[in-house]
Design a protein around this ligand. Structure first.
Ligand SMILES: NC(=O)c1ccc[n+]([C@@H]2O[C@H](COP(=O)([O-])OP(=O)(O)OC[C@H]3O[C@@H](n4cnc5c(N)ncnc54)[C@H](OP(=O)(O)O)[C@@H]3O)[C@@H](O)[C@H]2O)c1
Length: 282
């Protein structure tokens, strides 16, 4: 396993297991399976309604808590200082832990400055080992990083071979923020798995297209949390550190970047859609 060192010296596994879109009824089972394969980073969120299930898996897995890296996210209905503060306590309770390794603000809407102050306070109190953002565009995270006391350590944004975030990653580096991917496999869209360039590179290494797509991101220092509820794929996605893409292969994959996100967080249509979730109880 490769680790990424955050600016505050916290070491974070570069490869983890994503839990979005998994029926909460079976999340505990799949997180336990992921632990057996060797995953130690688990990505959850208040809005996935599965923090309790992740907490149960952590409690029962027999692995020391210090070896596990938990990531969660505050939903926008819990933004503002007071609500975010209370929701961090609820997440700790649901995850049955004294600390969360990395807590993110899920989206750049509503009173995220108030919510960020609650993150800072919980960080100072040792309840969060690192704090950060998700779905923040460069203009938003540059602004926020310049106006808070504790720098965000991570920004989780849509990143995969068709949406590589090369420019955004450059700005994150300048702000001492590590890039973490959502949808590292483009959410399983078939055009990724049948892409001729990826297929050619995969064949040359005796690997799968998924492994090449994930390996590419890790060679660009992206933190990834692919999701799967297929046992063989769970092993496949974890087995990407024993081969290396050449600079020429990396360049060929760079050419796949469309520069387009599926869910542009600045699009008025998307903002309107998320405003409909401001009253969610999470
Ligand atoms: N912060 C945010 O706003 C945000 C947004 C989206 C996602 N995320 C995080 O990022 C994680 C990953 O993103 P995601 O779940 O959207 O999508 P993803 O990991 O890009 O793709 C998951 C899809 O790919 C399939 N798959 C996985 N491994 C495969 C392989 N080796 N070969 C072929 N197909 C494979 C899965 O199918 P099966 O499960 O059927 O195997 C599933 O349909 C999430 O679980 C979540 O933790 C965060």
């Amino acid at each position: 396993m490769k680790y990424i060192t955050l600016y505050n010296n916290v070491k974070m596994p570069q490869l983890g297991f994503g839990t979005y879109h998994i029926d909460p009824m079976v999340v505990e089972y799949w997180v336990t399976e992921a632990f057996k394969v060797g995953y130690r980073l688990i990505d959850t969120a208040q809005s996935y309604y599965n923090e309790e299930c992740v907490g149960e898996a952590v409690k029962n897995c027999g692995i020391d808590r210090s070896e596990i890296f938990l990531v969660s996210k505050i939903w926008i209905s819990n933004y503002g200082y007071e609500r975010a503060k209370a929701s961090i306590e609820k997440s700790l309770e649901r995850l049955q832990t004294d600390y969360i390794d990395l807590m993110l603000l899920h989206l750049p809407y509503c009173d995220y400055y108030g919510a960020y102050r609650a993150l800072e306070e919980a960080y100072r109190a040792g309840k969060l080992r690192a704090i950060g953002l998700s779905n923040f565009t460069p203009n938003q995270f540059i602004d926020l990083a310049a106006n808070v006391n504790i720098n965000p350590a991570v920004n989780q944004v849509e990143t995969h071979v068709f949406c590589q975030q090369i420019e955004a990653q450059k700005y994150m580096r300048e702000c001492d923020i590590q890039i973490m991917s959502t949808g590292a496999l483009a959410d399983g869209r078939e055009d990724l798995f049948t892409n001729p360039i990826l297929e050619g590179i995969a064949q040359a290494h005796g690997r799968t297209v998924a492994q090449v797509a994930l390996r590419y991101l890790t060679q660009r220092n992206v933190i990834i949390v692919p999701k799967t509820i297929t046992p063989e794929r769970m092993v496949e996605n974890f087995s990407i550190y024993d081969f290396e893409l050449t600079p020429e292969e990396m360049d060929r994959i760079v050419a796949l970047d469309t520069g387009k996100t599926r869910y542009d967080p600045t699009s008025p249509r998307i903002v309107k859609m998320f405003m409909g979730t401001r009253e969610w109880y999470v």
